[in-house]
Write a protein that binds this ligand. Structure first.
Ligand code: ADP
Length: 354
């Protein structure tokens, strides 16, 4: 099958192991994201795929050609890979067209210029061909970097935190354009990011990497978000409310009522995690009255608000939890605030420490 295959990759810097038996596949036409905290080995894995880091154990195959195995390493320039990094890495002294033709040294000059202009056209930058990089904005430079990466018709594209140098609006725009162009060219793409939202937006599949140099979970974005395999993966997407308890009759007792679970046995000690967007605030007038709460603070973030609440009564009176709601929060309009939990945003994991 066309695309990238990495099997049994191990890597150590000195005595420190950073990758432990990592395997992955990036089929042609798909974008796979390596997601994880800084220092977990994402860039090392990407550099091994590209040949910038010497392989220590395992094999790397691109379009069914073995490009690295112990004792055999194809140099980066022979792997037919396109790269795009955070700092664009355009040559400042070269014009835009010369930057894009740079990697086309195997073509004759006229053919290289034709190909480069096609690529600049694809990224909407053909009219800037004669300029130098410093005359362009960060977003425009990133488009040029994409054109340059795709010009030699690579078998694989490697993206390392490619949008993190851009401001919020430009980042959203450029990543959407980049995704469309990558899909249009049907190339296999591996991207490294520590930003879960970016991974959710871009990826066909996400590989979550942990501090132990292992892949903790692989799946489609919705699997990672709605079915995280453990607390670590669940918490990648931001703060969580948690309640520790024991399962009785297939449910965990909480201040929000009994929360059913199929993920633990009766009598088992567990931790229940509730995403802030999984708590619903309402006026308590519906059929299910919900749990009465006091609002401690509310902060509008833009398209959503974070509301901190505390339990008004019961055994855990005063305990605080976080809620995320769409738009602004108008406590006065709601009167007495009540909360209930949407079970789609709850997760239950075994938990020893009570
Ligand atoms: P990530 O991309 O997930 O931030 P890296 O692959 O860059 O992680 O790094 C993984 C670990 O290996 C980090 O602890 C980092 O400090 C270490 N590391 C990376 N490159 C080198 C190197 N050339 N020499 C020694 N240690 C390195």
């Amino acid at each position: 099958m066309d695309g990238l295959h990495m099997v049994g990759i191990e890597h150590a810097y000195g005595n420190t192991n950073v990758l432990n038996n990592v395997s992955l596949t990036v089929p042609a036409g798909e974008l796979v994201c390596l997601l994880g905290p800084s220092g977990c080995g994402k860039t090392t894995l990407l550099r091994i795929a590209g040949g910038m880091e010497k392989l220590q154990a395992g094999t790397v195959t691109i379009d069914e050609e073995i490009v690295a195995e112990p004792g055999h390493q194809l140099p980066p320039e022979d792997r037919k890979i396109g790269y795009m990094f955070q700092d664009y890495a355009l040559f400042p002294h070269l014009t835009i067209i010369d930057n894009v033709t740079f990697g086309l040294f195997r073509m004759d000059k006229a053919e290289a210029v034709k190909r480069a202009m096609e690529m600049l056209d694809l990224v909407g930058m053909a009219q800037h061909a004669a300029k130098h990089p410093h005359m362009l904005s960060g977003g425009q430079q990133q488009r040029i970097a994409l054109a340059r990466a795709l010009a030699p018709k690579p078998r694989l594209v490697l993206l390392d935190e490619p949008f993190s140098g851009l401001d919020t609006n430009m980042r959203a725009k450029i990543r959407e354009e980049t995704l469309m162009i990558l899909k249009h060219t049907n190339v296999a793409t591996m991207m490294v990011t520590h930003d879960p939202e970016e991974a959710m937006f871009m990826a066909d599949r996400i590989k979550v990497m942990g501090d132990n140099g292992k892949v903790l979970q692989s799946g489609r974005p919705a699997d990672i978000y709605y079915k995280p395999v453990d607390e670590y993966v669940a918490r990648l997407f931001g703060p969580m409310n948690h309640i520790d308890g024991i399962v009785h009759n297939g449910a965990i007792g909480s201040s929000f009522g009994d929360i059913k679970t199929d993920d633990a046995e009766n009598g088992q000690a567990v931790r229940l995690l509730i995403r802030p967007e999984g708590v619903v605030l309402h006026d308590g007038k519906g059929t299910d009255g919900g749990t009465p709460v006091d609002v401690v603070s509310a902060h509008l973030l833009g398209d959503s608000s974070i509301v901190r609440c505390s339990l008004r009564e019961g055994a855990n009176k005063g305990a605080e939890f976080q809620v995320r709601i769409a738009g602004a929060f108008d406590a006065a309009a709601m009167g007495q605030v009540h909360a209930h939990v949407d079970p789609r945003h709850t997760f239950v994991y075994p938990h020893d420490k009570q």
